[in-house]
Design a protein around this ligand. Structure first.
Ligand code: PLP
Length: 390
């Protein structure tokens, strides 16, 4: 690779930029994870993550990626052959489907339009028909990272309440947590899973799970085999501030620092910053004359924008050009959208100037490939970002 001056711009929808403060907090010798100093670190992280999830119930931290927490959610609450219902929202719903199928669950997909959020009315109809309570869990993705569509989880929680259906509600908040408000308890979610490498401003390597009392109770009858992922074992150790096996100690130092940074910024400001940066991105896309994949404005993600590439332009050539010429990584399309969209991540440790630079990189890349642009997208974004702040 030829030498490239200046910083690489990591504009993926995860992993995201890690603040220097977090990197410095991690840059230290590990401590004894069975020694007297460890519980202080573990407890501050567990307590802080309860605030992030919006729960008073239990939170677990696994040394894993988000997918590990998916597996943990299923094996701790379900038994072989149990039927579950997954909203088909995009590439990451297929991920849940694969994990659940491999574990021996009977997976039913609830068809949906990938350009729209999970359809609560469809779920209502499906659960109302299920008088024998065949479905043991309903799985939804809060923010489908492959499509840039956010779903109304509160509405889905309401469906479970209104139908009186006893299925557990499991939600993937991997690319929304710590960027948009998340209310595990208020939305009646049973299991929420997430990961460290997106909104939480950490490197990849930690998986997070919030678990309701109902989900914890389900462990008593759940028969899927589990060992590493066993919540009860984790709970027993966590109660004393420890882990059943070697935790990712230095990641926890990073997490403690990231949580301190969120407290300093204030959650309303964190959410507002994500809202503004996502709006600026969409204004740029629309000014270029390109199409945002998510069709409904209120469902457009505050953390990632999937942009439809005009016919005849290769998404792969575009991303390669942006990387080679401008040293910036953009997200590609995933699964069925592999050749038709590129994705601009705008989550985590980001500000106006970083985003403006990234949008310049996108605009330059589009020009290099002679994509006809309607207008100057960057200018539209800057106009929005310089409007007086209310
Ligand atoms: N769910 C969503 C919505 C994601 O965006 C991702 C990863 O990008 C995952 C799940 C999988 O998480 P991980 O790669 O941390 O296992």
């Amino acid at each position: 690779m030829p030498f490239k001056s200046g910083r690489h711009t990591l504009q993926l929808p995860g992993p995201t930029n890690v603040p220097d403060r977090v990197l410095r907090a991690m840059d230290r010798p590990p401590i004894d994870h069975r020694g007297p100093d460890f519980p202080g670190l573990a407890n501050s992280c567990l307590k802080g993550m309860k605030t992030v999830f919006g729960t008073k119930s239990e939170v677990f931290i696994f040394p894993s990626s988000g997918t590990g927490c998916w597996e943990a959610a299923l094996v701790n609450t379900l038994s072989p052959g149990d039927a579950i219902l997954i909203f088909d929202q995009g590439f990451f719903s297929s991920g849940w489907q694969q994990v659940a199928t491999r574990l021996g669950l009977e997976v039913h997909m609830l068809p949906g339009d990938w350009r729209r959020g999970a359809d609560a009315e469809k779920l209502h109809a499906k659960l109302s028909e299920d008088r024998d309570h065949v479905y043991k869990a309903v799985i939804a993705i809060h923010n489908e990272t492959s499509t840039g569509v956010t779903s109304d989880i509160a509405a889905i929680g309401d469906v479970l309440r209104d139908t009186g259906h006893p299925a557990l509600l499991m939600v993937d908040s991997v690319s929304s947590l710590a960027c948009v408000e998340y209310r595990h308890d208020d939305w009646r979610v049973d299991v929420t899973v997430s990961g460290s490498q997106k909104g939480l401003m950490l490197p990849p390597g930690l998986g997070f799970t919030a678990v309701s009392e109902g989900a914890l109770a389900a462990t008593a009858s759940a028969k899927l085999p589990r060992s590493y992922w066993d919540w009860q074992q984790m709970l027993t150790f966590n109660d004393n501030g420890f882990f059943p096996y070697t935790p990712a100690t230095n990641m926890l130092f990073g997490l403690r620092e990231a949580l301190a940074m969120f407290a300093e910024e204030g959650w309303p400001n964190v959410f507002k910053r994500h809202q503004r940066l996502s709006e600026a991105t969409r204004r740029a896309v629309e000014a270029w004359g390109l199409e945002v994949y998510a069709t409904h404005p209120e469902e457009r993600s505050r953390t990632v924008t999937a942009v439809c590439m005009p016919d005849g332009v290769s998404v792969h050539d575009f991303r390669r050009t942006v990387l080679d010429r401008f040293n910036m990584s953009l997200g590609g399309g995933l699964g069925g959208l592999k050749d038709s969209v590129f994705r601009i991540g705008h989550m985590g440790y980001l500000n106006e100037i970083m985003l403006a630079g990234a949008l310049c990189g996108v605009e330059m890349g589009l020009r290099c490939l002679d994509v006809p642009l309607k207008d100057a997208g960057v200018t539209a974004a800057l106009s929005y970002l310089t409007e007086p702040d209310e």
